[in-house]
Design a protein around this ligand. Structure first.
Ligand SMILES: NC(=O)c1ccc[n+]([C@@H]2O[C@H](COP(=O)([O-])OP(=O)(O)OC[C@H]3O[C@@H](n4cnc5c(N)ncnc54)[C@H](OP(=O)(O)O)[C@@H]3O)[C@@H](O)[C@H]2O)c1
Length: 263
């Protein structure tokens, strides 16, 4: 595994080391001053598929899982669409001894919270995501979500209502930041990421490219929302292992270039 492109002014990292990966993927300093930063972590095949046989698992590999774990270990909250939770059987994020000291020093809980975006609220409330999280799971929903289901969800999770018929994603992201969760990570899926991107909320994309051609009609990592203008991105880090490419792109112009503001 080697790092081919390093963030400007930083030394090349040894990506085998968790400490070095944490430095490569460190959130910008603005997050310490109340500015929310939303990063996405996604994996795709070479012809753009965001899933294989219905799941992202088939596209992943050991190094991808390692970086996935580091990105979670740096985050305050993981924002995810309900279909990904259902399809992938999401579990709560776990605490990792290697990151415990850094998280405590940064004032973070031992693991990030999982925040699920859902209108239908068809969620398995007996799953560990609701019964065993280190940080109570959050469900972000709409005013018109089914009242009974919402009451049941509120028994086992924090409910945030943002938007009438569709979750207002800028309001949702702001509500998470208001909890002090400024290091935000979204793990998709493609429909949620499409809306986040379309709303101009995405600051950063960490895209793993798997050395696979899959064909078929799987969605791309960003699906659905039409964008008035293409979003330009700037490559800041590139790591290679066994043919996988692990890219880190920032929105361009970089939000960090302007004065920090809260959303
Ligand atoms: N390649 C990758 O990195 C990657 C990452 C994640 C997932 N995936 C794959 O992608 C697939 C799932 O992704 P997906 O794009 O179909 O779904 P998704 O984005 O995970 O979830 C869509 C669901 O989220 C809720 N939702 C999203 N936006 C909403 C809004 N504005 N207001 C209210 N609810 C909203 C709705 O849930 P309700 O139906 O509950 O209302 C909607 O059905 C799976 O196959 C998964 O394996 C791939």
């Amino acid at each position: 595994m080697q790092q081919l492109i390093s963030p400007l002014g930083t030394p090349y990292a040894d990506p085998q080391s968790l400490e070095a990966l944490a430095a490569v993927y460190a959130y910008p300093d603005q997050v310490n001053h109340g500015r929310a930063w939303l990063r996405a972590n996604m994996v795709a095949g070479l012809d753009g598929a965001a899933r294989l046989e219905g799941l992202s698992e088939g596209l992943s590999g050991d190094a991808d899982k390692r970086i996935f774990g580091v990105l979670r270990a740096l985050a305050d909250v993981v924002l995810v669409g309900a279909e990904t939770v259902r399809a992938e059987g999401y579990r709560p994020a776990r605490a990792r001894a290697e990151f415990a000291a850094a998280r405590a020093a940064a004032g973070q809980a031992p693991a990030p919270a999982i925040a699920i975006v859902s209108r239908a609220l068809r969620l398995d409330l007996t799953a560990p995501l609701f019964t065993e999280p280190l940080v109570r799971t959050v469900v972000v929903t709409t005013e018109d979500s089914p009242a009974e289901a919402r009451r049941a969800v509120a028994e086992v999770a924090d409910v945030v209502v943002a938007g009438e018929r569709s979750v207002d994603l800028p309001a949702a992201v702001a509500a998470l930041a208001d909890r002090g969760w400024t290091r935000q990570l979204t793990e998709g899926g493609p429909r949620l990421l499409g809306q986040l991107t379309g709303a101009g909320l995405l600051d950063e994309l960490c895209l793993s490219l798997a050395p696979l051609l899959t064909g078929g009609d799987a969605p791309r990592i960003v699906q659905g929302a039409e964008m008035a203008d293409a979003q330009r991105m700037r490559l800041v880090s590139l790591i290679e292992q066994k043919g996988f490419l692990f890219t880190r792109y920032l929105r361009y112009p970089c939000p960090g270039d302007s004065a920090p503001t809260s959303r």
